[in-house]
Design a protein around this ligand. Structure first.
Ligand SMILES: *Cc1c(COP(=O)(O)O)cnc(C)c1O
Ligand SMILES: [Zn+2]
Length: 466
């Protein structure tokens, strides 16, 4: 097996297609400024085109690469030598048939699946991408790595730095825009945490300037190697379905790295003959951070063979600036107005015949409570996928007989504040945390019952409600 020699980077702009070596550290094409893909010569890599080869690796999981949910698909992302791979056993995640929410979504029983990426070591899907980007950083000898983050990217980067002791993490966060679950991870794992006045979009811009200036390795999803790792989420979904292709993949959209990488995964699997058809892709924005939805569904911006109408995009961003409109949602992980992977995401929507919808904070929190009632705790942004699937069912875009996979991107314990406020008996707390977000009811609240400290009273309450 030849790793790395078979890989290169290539500009995604079909009118440019400039190529670069995998040893180069770039976040954009030096010719035209477009995003980059990691590409492969599959023949040179000797990539097997039979799923049983990948399935067989689990039996040999004493090898740390085979144990990882990413690297047991190494031949489908063959850019790194095995000795450079940095893994902490990420990607042991479940595709869960979720009959307990299928009725809520409006699907026939047995047709809704949840891909629970909150089960990753740092509690979000970001570990899939981070292991890959970190591996690339390690292979080129980087000593410091940086990211801007709404929380999960920084938690993941801090974890890989701390576990491997190979690099120092430098993270940029906006002021007041990070949940305590996520911030606590970055601090405890020893990351240099830079809190700037501004929001994620501001932090994202700064981290790019700083990384360039100081030569720090950037691990945001603008980094093409990160998206290689995230393809494995789709490999595991297929594995969970016995290598059958579902009808729909539904995913929350923030910086649009995940949706972009899913599109790339399906392009490559189709090219390799590992799948014979492609699922449709549904990307769900928060209603308060809906750039993709506005541009794709309302203003008609599309991939258009790589000739994206930039004037519409620019007008929209100018409008946001003129109105001083900032992204605003309780789903902090997708509170992003200027998604860096916009172009790649349009390509994915084009390839997967995709649709984009928005979910309000109310819809996300109600969906989150439904998901949680089945014992699969997720954070608010993750529930956008389930809220979106429900909406697409109601609109008749998804049929009751369709097989639907919703990606649960992050763990419930990332953001307990939102969860407790939703279920709380304390109306003041509810109003303080959720009312300001336009959330008016907790449709599926499981309220704590206040009881005097008396055995009789306690027994009475348990008999009444239990
Ligand atoms: C990062 C993140 C997202 C958004 O994913 P993108 O790839 O940026 O679109 C959604 N949910 C959670 C929990 C996240 O951490
Ligand atoms: Zn280019």
């Amino acid at each position: 097996m030849i790793f790395r020699d078979a890989a290169f980077q290539q500009c995604i702009n079909p009118n440019c297609q400039q190529q670069f070596g995998v040893e180069q550290v770039l976040t954009a094409c030096t010719e035209c400024g477009s995003l980059l893909d990691v590409k492969y010569d599959w023949n040179a890599a000797g990539t097997p085109t039979d799923w049983s080869y990948y399935q067989g690796k689990w039996a040999r999981r004493a090898d740390r690469l085979n144990f990882s949910g990413i690297w047991r698909f190494h031949e489908l992302l063959p850019f790194a030598l095995p000795e450079h791979v940095v893994t902490v056993g990420e990607g042991q995640t479940l595709l869960q048939q979720a009959d307990f929410v299928s009725e809520f979504v409006g699907l026939d029983s047995g047709n809704l699946f949840l891909q629970y990426e909150g089960m990753n070591p740092s509690g979000s899907f970001k570990d899939n991408g981070m292991s890959a980007a970190f591996t690339h950083a390690h292979s080129i000898g980087a000593k410091r790595a940086a990211c801007a983050s709404t929380g999960n990217t920084s938690a993941s980067l801090a974890m890989y730095c701390a576990v491997s002791q190979l690099m120092k993490a430098v993270i940029f966060i906006g002021s007041g825009k990070i949940s305590y679950g996520k911030l606590s991870q970055a601090l405890e794992y020893g990351a240099l945490t830079v809190q700037i006045t501004g929001d994620f979009d501001d932090a994202m811009q700064r981290v790019q300037e700083v990384s360039k200036e100081l030569g720090i390795y950037l691990v945001n999803s603008i980094n093409p190697f990160r998206l290689e790792g995230q393809k494995s989420i789709m490999f595991r979904v297929l594995e969970g379905l016995g290598w059958e292709v579902p009808d729909w993949i539904v995913v929350p959209g923030g910086n649009l790295g995940n949706s972009s990488s899913f599109g790339k995964a399906f392009m490559e699997l189709k090219e390799l003959g590992l799948i014979d058809r492609v699922p449709r892709l549904a990307i769900i924005n928060a209603a308060g951070a809906d750039t993709l939805h506005e541009l794709y569904e309302n203003r008609g911006v599309s991939w258009n063979d790589g000739n994206i109408d930039r004037s519409v995009l620019q007008n929209y961003y100018d409008e946001l600036d003129a109105a001083n409109k900032k992204a605003s949602t309780i789903a902090s992980a997708i509170e992003i107005n200027r998604p860096v992977n916009f172009d790649k995401c349009l390509r994915a929507l084009d390839f997967c015949d995709g649709v984009v919808r928005t979910a309000t904070d109310q819809q996300m929190l109600d969906a989150k409570a439904k998901v949680g009632s089945g014992g699969i705790g997720c954070e608010p942004a993750s529930a956008a996928s389930v809220a979106g699937a429900k909406m697409l069912r109601e609109q008749g875009v998804i049929a009751p007989s369709d097989r639907v996979v919703c990606i649960l991107t992050g763990h419930q314990l990332k953001d307990p504040t939102a969860t407790v406020a939703y279920h709380t008996t304390d109306q003041d707390k509810f109003n303080e945390v959720l009312g300001v977000r336009g959330v008016s009811r907790a449709s599926y609240a499981n309220r704590a019952v206040a009881v005097p400290n008396s055995l009789d009273e306690i027994i009475r309450v348990i008999n009444l409600y239990g």
